[in-house]
Design a protein around this ligand. Structure first.
Ligand SMILES: Cc1cc2nc3c(=O)[nH]c(=O)nc-3n(C[C@H](O)[C@H](O)[C@H](O)COP(=O)(O)OP(=O)(O)OC[C@H]3O[C@@H](n4cnc5c(N)ncnc54)[C@H](O)[C@@H]3O)c2cc1C
Length: 459
């Protein structure tokens, strides 16, 4: 008889794990949100952050709403579909079994890179299509400004060690988001039992061993039993479920990290230029200061696409610090819900480096404005004498929370929850520290590797 595995959460980690083990285990995948179905309805391919399919979290540091997809595919169904992996050096410190060389085979297995699939560090037969979009006029202006500032041209931002400006790898293909919902769920649905619209209230633990889950779904409250329970509820949802289950493993909710992010809005002279390439067009990656391993990202996009109250000609040149040292936390409220503090720029070094990155981005914007393609608003917030204060006041989330139940804290290297038998975590929360790329592909790679660990244990 096949071992019974319950996976809680149908996001990146959960769907990739299910895909990997579905032929050797009897898998039940439980997702609190809906399964929009296959083919994916157009709204779920194109829109960003759906209020009706959101967990409604808040960053207590700032009061800002934190988008978290409550839908099959999780974050990858609502996200910006940027497909950058980060530098190999960004995984140093993840420890044995989780270094770049360990993750690379998984990164290759999950992708089909449409331009560079033949390269040894890329895949050409995985479910996630990665492409690079043709530039629009504003991308060209951004590239010219980057070149003028001395940055090198970078054809493939996912080539190890790459730096400079160039097209942004994206899993937005043919206009739609090619995430876990569109690309992985169709490979999985017929091989597992999928229960959508079903909230897992707690993991059932008996004698120090996870034995199943208590769920609330369309059929009411019931208990489901399994030989292994995998929690894949994401960086906020996983600590919440552990607490609700009365599980007291070390470090739950500690170590949370996110990339701090800032928008610097200008106005395109020609509105049509913005929509020639509204998102995932260009990306600049550069060291912040003297440390070659340090990195910030700058990328331009249509503000209106994310905020329909903005003028359609509004164009955001945004900047993110990719190796923050600040840590936040997912704390525990009295009702066991998550009290989230992202901790952006708490460490003085992060604030200092972010200010420098903003100053450099302001120079790029000045250069774009001098070519006449954009105008800078008279009240541009970055034109202030006290940039540190302005940066602290305006910092936002890049929507990349990770590391709230990290390896060597809450889970061991085989992703087992410390102190509980038969319970693993496989999602973004297990990252020991934040990578200097986006977490979307990295979490899928963790799902692939985590599934491989289970395969080895079942064999
Ligand atoms: C608006 C936004 C934009 C982003 N843009 C990018 C980007 O461009 N590039 C990039 O690399 N990354 C991006 N990200 C981040 C990326 O999407 C996430 O890092 C990734 O989705 C994390 O995967 P995960 O499996 O850990 O969690 P999730 O994808 O969040 O999946 C968790 C799943 O578990 C379900 N769940 C939670 N609790 C329960 C429960 N108790 N019972 C049942 N189900 C439950 C949730 O509904 C969800 O489906 C973005 C994220 C957001 C929100």
């Amino acid at each position: 008889m096949k071992p019974r595995v319950i996976i809680v959460g149908g996001g990146n980690g959960g769907l990739l794990t299910a895909h990997r083990i579905a032929d050797v285990a009897d898998v039940t995948l439980i997702e609190a949100g809906i399964d929009p179905g296959d083919p994916v309805p157009p709204a779920f391919l194109h829109e960003h952050g759906y209020p009706d399919h959101d967990w409604d979290y808040t960053n207590l540091d700032s009061g800002q709403h934190l988008v978290r997809g409550r839908v099959l595919g999780g974050g990858s169904t609502v996200n910006a579909a940027a497909g950058s992996r980060g530098q190999p050096s960004g995984f140093e410190g993840w420890g044995p079994g989780w270094q770049w060389d360990d993750l690379l085979p998984a990164m290759r297995a999950i992708e089909t890179d449409e331009q560079y699939g033949a390269e040894p560090y890329h895949g050409d037969s995985g479910p996630i299509r990665i492409t690079r979009l043709a530039p629009g006029p504003l991308d060209d202006a951004f590239s010219a400004a980057s070149a003028g500032a001395g940055h090198p041209l970078c054809a493939d931002h996912n080539a190890p060690g790459s730096r400079g400006y160039g097209p942004w790898p994206t899993n937005r293909v043919d206009g739609g988001r090619w995430g876990a919902l569109a690309a992985v769920a169709p490979l999985v649905r017929d091989r597992i039992t999928l229960r959508d619209r079903t909230l897992v209230r707690r993991v059932l633990v008996d004698g120090g061993r996870a034995v199943g889950v208590d769920v609330d779904g369309p059929g009411g409250r019931e208990q489901l039993f399994a030989d292994l329970v995998v929690i894949s509820c994401g960086a906020f949802g996983t600590p919440e479920l552990l607490w609700r289950s009365g599980i007291e493993a070390p470090g739950i909710g500690e170590g949370l990290q996110d990339h701090p992010w800032l928008m610097m809005n200008v106005l395109a002279r020609n509105e049509a230029d913005v929509f020639a390439r509204p998102v995932s067009g260009s990306l600049l990656r550069a060291p912040v200061a003297d440390d070659p391993a340090d990195e910030f990202q700058v990328f331009p996009f249509s503000t209106w696409l994310y905020d329909h109250s903005a003028p359609r000609a509004s164009y955001s040149v945004s900047v993110a610090l990719m190796q923050p040292v600040s840590r936040g936390s997912v704390g525990r409220a009295d009702d066991d819900s998550a009290r989230i503090r992202l901790g952006h720029l708490d460490h003085p070094s992060d604030l200092d480096r972010m200010v420098r990155a903003v100053m450099h981005t302001a120079d790029l914007i000045d250069e774009m404005a001098s070519s006449g393609i954009v105008t800078i608003p008279g009240d541009a917030w970055w034109r202030t004498r006290d940039l540190s204060t302005a940066v602290r006041q305006r910092v936002e989330t890049y929507n990349h929370p990770v590391a709230s139940c990290g390896i060597d804290r809450t889970v061991d290297r085989r992703l087992n929850v410390e102190g509980v038998e038969g319970l693993k975590i496989i999602d973004a929360s297990v990252m020991p520290k934040i990578p200097d790329g986006g977490p979307n592909l990295v979490t899928m790679a963790i799902g692939w590797l985590g599934g491989g660990i289970i395969l080895g244990e079942i064999a």
